[in-house]
Design a protein around this ligand. Structure first.
Ligand code: AMP
Length: 278
């Protein structure tokens, strides 16, 4: 496994390697969720590259950026076991030292859910994904449904900007109690981590209510919010049911029923998101 920190070295490495490339962009503190993306990458191309870069441009909260776990050596050990070909883990300066401020504005899907709570976040994501795609020129890139809104925004960006990269969606990996795996879970206390199972339970409750014939979205969400009250420390930012394609909020059942429920909330400074197909 080749580990590269500089753009210069990356370019000379890539120049020597022909064959299709699958890319898994991450911010590190890797867990089973990330590794499942690597598995999909391995099936999708001849070479697999993982990037590890905590991108300051996508953090709208300085405390969140400072707290974000950074465990590069552990990450590299995990990736070595996965027989990844290339890891690109540049410093912040390496990426942004000559940056003049050009940004990629997300599609209108960026206006809902995370959008108002994290101003500038998706522009930061789109910009770094562009930078990484330009540097690594992947044929395929894998993104997790854990960040479903991000995934949809990247898919829109690929279409809108005529980018020649195939995006593959990876399903959400969960801990034994149902909590979606996240690098931020490491920042929770043991008690919070156990209690946070209510998030998945609440998403499942929505699915059950809908399949048992409940037609009122309002009632479904009210029941789900009530369930979350069993974890009083967990503060809800939003809990909404949205259409899976354009992510518009849905207040009444629609004919095609292609819906997902989305949750965002936090324990103090630790923000958690999750979603489920209904
Ligand atoms: P991050 O390091 O949090 O930026 O995540 C890097 C990639 O891994 C993104 O495409 C995420 O959606 C994906 N990812 C993170 N957590 C999970 C998970 N629990 N299951 C599946 N994919 C995930």
């Amino acid at each position: 496994m080749k580990v590269i920190n500089t753009i210069y070295e990356l370019k000379s490495y890539l120049a020597k390697h022909n064959g299709s490339l699958a890319l898994v962009p991450t911010m590190g503190a890797l867990h089973e969720g990330h590794l499942s993306l690597v598995d999909i990458a391995k099936e999708s191309a001849e070479f697999v590259a993982v990037t590890i870069f905590v991108n300051p441009q996508q953090f709208n909260n300085a405390k969140d950026l400072k707290l974000y776990p950074r465990v590069l050596e552990d990450d590299l050990d995990l990736l070595r076991n996965q027989a990844v070909d290339l890891v690109f883990c540049p410093t912040e300066d390496e990426i942004y030292q000559h940056f003049q401020g050009t940004k990629v504005h997300p599609s209108k899907i960026g206006d809902v859910m995370e959008g108002p709570f994290r101003p500038g976040h998706f522009a930061g994501v789109c910009t770094i994904v562009n930078i990484l795609f330009n540097l690594l020129r992947p044929d395929v890139a894998i993104f997790g449904e854990k960040d479903f809104q991000q995934l949809r925004i990247i898919e829109d960006m690929i279409l809108d900007l005529q980018m020649d990269v195939q995006i593959i969606r990876a399903p959400i990996k969960r801990e034994d109690n149902g909590l979606a795996r996240s690098s931020r879970n490491e920042l929770l206390s043991k008690k919070q981590r156990a209690e946070a199972k209510v998030i998945f339970e609440c998403l499942m409750l929505a699915k059950e209510l809908l399949s048992s014939g409940e037609t009122s979205i309002k009632k479904i969400l009210a029941n789900c919010k009530k369930h979350l009250e069993s974890a009083p420390e967990l503060k809800i930012e939003y809990l909404t049911i949205n259409h899976s394609s354009d992510l518009r909020e849905v207040n009444k059942l629609e004919l095609d029923n292609n819906l997902r429920i989305f949750f965002a909330g936090h324990y103090g400074g630790v923000r958690l998101i999750d979603n489920l197909k209904l």
